[in-house]
Design a protein around this ligand. Sequence first.
Ligand code: PLP
Length: 615
Amino acid sequence: GAPYFSVNSSGNVAVRPHGSATMDHQEIDLLKVVNKASGGLHLPLPLIIRFPDVLKNRLESIQSAFNSAVESQGYGSNYQGVYPVKCNQDRFVVEDIVKFGSSFRFGLEAGSKPELLLAMSCLCKGSSESLLICNGFKDAEYISLALIARKLSLNTVIVLEQEEELDSVIDMSRKLGVLPVVGVRAKLRTKHSGHFGSTSGEKGKFGLTTTQILRVVKKLEKYGMLDCLQLLHFHIGSQIPSTALLADGVSEAAQIYTELVRLGASMKVIDIGGGLGIDYDGSKSTDSDLSVGYTLEEYAAAVVQAVKHVCDHKSVKHPVICSESGRAIVSHHSVLVFEAVSSSRYSVPSLSSFDVQQLGEHLPEEAHSDYHNLLQSAFIGDREACLAYADQLKQRCVDQFKAGALDIEQLASVDGLCDLAAKTSDPVTTYHINLSVFTSIPDFWGIGQLFPIMPIHRLDQRPNANGVLSDLTCDSDGKINRFISGESSLPLHEVGGKNGMKYYLGMFLGGAYEEALGGVHNLFGAPSVIRVSQSDGLHGFAVTRAMPGPSCSDVLRAVNHEPQVMFQTLKDRIEEYIGDDDEGGVMAGGIAESFHNMPYLTVGSSCFLTVANEY
Ligand code: PLP
């Protein structure tokens, strides 16, 4: 997370939203932000903390890397980026990007009709020169919206993703009386071999082949519209691992660009798509999807050099360079904070709590040797043998139980003993986290992507356990057992510690894609969100926006239930079975409150049922 995150002298994660700590820009203590949100503002966790100043710093850093490359290489045009809204469509994220980027005409990219609508309305507040790139599969309605945007003086480019889209563009632009600006997305031969490049290359899912591009040129020419073709776009995939691959792709695209110039198109912009990678694991390695082997400056220099080289060779005027970096703009700006509420290690019963001796005496004859071998191997610390004997013992006893030779208490004791053997043999502790992996870290579940996860406090204390994280959903995939260290567990502290303090973990670099992809598995909705800026106040920060996550009613509505009707049904039932006296009133009030609350655990606070139990 450098340069935005570090550890301060209190052992807490410190945030440097401006990328450095100076007299003007002090660090923000993340634990203080969480305490303010959950204490002062009563916002339930999990919590997404957004730092708009990080967004500003990311945009300015990308712009300045390209400006330096343009200047140092004597490039004859400039860089003008766009943000692909699909990476995080949150209104405040998009509005911040438009605001922070308007002085250097930073624009937006849309890939669907709702994204286009939001990009159109947001860009009305930005610079009129900012690009509005329309990507994705398009129908006539999408195309007419894009043409209306052009009529509204937004700098809109319709990028053809499929050849057939051109007919609609020609037809609709005539109907609406507006000249379109058209781009083509080229299907490059350059192939990115990582996970994110699986749709790139000649057989890739997106873009036009050279044959199709030539047909587009011919058709535009036929309609006297070749002037409208002004942009060439490609995208070889996210997390491009090296500048060598990047330069290869950009050079290939630049050749197509210069050919389009030769064929008479009024080319102005080369749009290199997304793919500017970020370093999730700090390794700077080029052979994993978790990292990339270049800096921002090296990325910009490689792009500018590749375009310049090809254009100079073909004596073509240098185009405006546009990029559609998403991950690199929004990943760093938010931190997901969640609580570890308990851990299995500390709730494991001790061996003495089972009457081991008595159990041994009551076990059927066949199980005796496994039982003694299990105890023996546990005694000498032979983990593998211990687990093997536990398995055999259990199997034998289950068979006996099925045959009616063992009673349920004996079977429960055997289960307990075997669980204990498994837990004492396995040094990994399961931490239960008040979070849904499916909602908040969907890429971990879906594509095995790893994110930096760590406690946000107690970092001056040596962790005393190795933990895996198990979420709230009743789904075995809802656990995190792979980490950026390459290990299958994370060094963690004891939950609660000496004074019962809450234990908070943070997931970093998840600002791109995770919010947009997360679903409502088990009806766990999105986390609460706060927006935090630096200020001169006591703690050096101010909360500029606070929003609790969706309530149970909200998530129920999302799957077509009607909370009002549901509540009335339950209230009628209460009146019928319990009455409309005090007890019924408390129950109805409690149910109403549950509809209103977030679906996550409310750890430590009292529940209406404890009151209801008094009746
Ligand atoms: N542009 C297009 C067309 C994309 O498909 C994507 C993502 O896959 C992006 C931009 C953003 O890519 P990244 O987040 O790697 O910058």
